[in-house]
Design a protein around this ligand. Structure first.
Ligand code: UDP
Length: 238
């Protein structure tokens, strides 16, 4: 597969065209941002680990009937994925209170929810991803009723599957952020990435933070925390 011109560059990945109009190449960077771009930095080796983790999880999801954009890992940082038209929504599935939910509702972090919450935000960093409801989605034409139904169904299932594999690795999924897109042939698929950048992960017994929160909150050992998630998923304990 030939890598052609750069199509877009986001916070953590570059996207390149290929000679097949249905496929693009994602290239993971070590750069990172937090607080809607206010804090920036580099986490050495993060791109390599996130590429592996996301591909590992997407493969697991595909095996369990969730359509994803994943096609093939091409290299340390590069993965071939299906080209999609992104749906401009950010779906956050929450199992335990943290981050913006804790802040919005005045709750302490770490409170187990009676059931998982599927939150839908409009994906717009400048606006700090405002939470929206289905009326907004249809009024703005961001997705159809059928797509929203599937997005909600897939998101709950993805969260369950993610919690199961992470629990085996003694990791608790506090919340995770998902993005969807529509492929050239019209299929709704899970896109973007699932990694310690996009999920809040805590050690199941000590509740030590294992992902991007270590960077956000200056907790140190950021590189090691990413590596730790990958090692545990591979069944190795440090
Ligand atoms: N998240 C993300 N990208 C962002 C902001 C948040 O992937 O730019 C993820 C974050 O890691 C967490 C989930 O979305 O797993 C929910 O985040 P929340 O709304 O609580 O906001 P935060 O407090 O993380 O800014």
């Amino acid at each position: 597969m030939k890598r052609l011109e750069l199509i877009s560059e986001g916070k953590s990945k570059r996207i390149y065209a290929t000679d097949d109009p249905r496929l693009v190449i994602e290239s993971y960077k070590d750069e990172t941002t937090a607080f809607n771009g206010l804090k920036r930095g580099n986490i050495s080796g993060k791109g390599v680990i996130n590429n592996r983790i996301s591909n590992h999880l997407m493969t697991m999801l595909e095996k369990n009937g969730i359509p994803t954009h994943f096609v093939e890992e091409l290299g340390e940082r590069e993965t071939l994925v299906r080209r999609v038209t992104p749906i401009p929504l950010r779906v956050v599935v929450r199992n335990i209170t943290a981050g913006s939910m804790a802040k919005r509702l005045g709750l302490p972090e770490g409170q187990k929810l009676r059931r998982a919450v599927v939150e839908i935000d409009f994906k717009d960093e400048m606006l700090e991803h405002p939470m929206v409801n289905e009326d907004y989605i249809y009024a703005m034409g961001w997705a159809s009723e059928e797509q929203v139904k599937l997005i909600k169904q897939y998101s709950r299932r993805i969260n369950e599957l993610l919690c199961t594999v992470m629990r085996q690795a003694e990791i608790e999924v506090i919340d995770c952020k998902l993005e969807f897109g529509v492929t050239v042939d019209g299929t709704l698929v899970l896109a973007d990435e699932i990694s310690p950048d996009t999920c809040r992960l805590w050690d199941a017994s000590t509740h030590e933070k294992l992902g991007i929160d270590r960077f956000r909150r200056n907790l140190g050992d950021v590189e090691q925390a990413y590596q730790e998630v990958w090692s545990r998923l591979m069944g190795e304990r440090a």
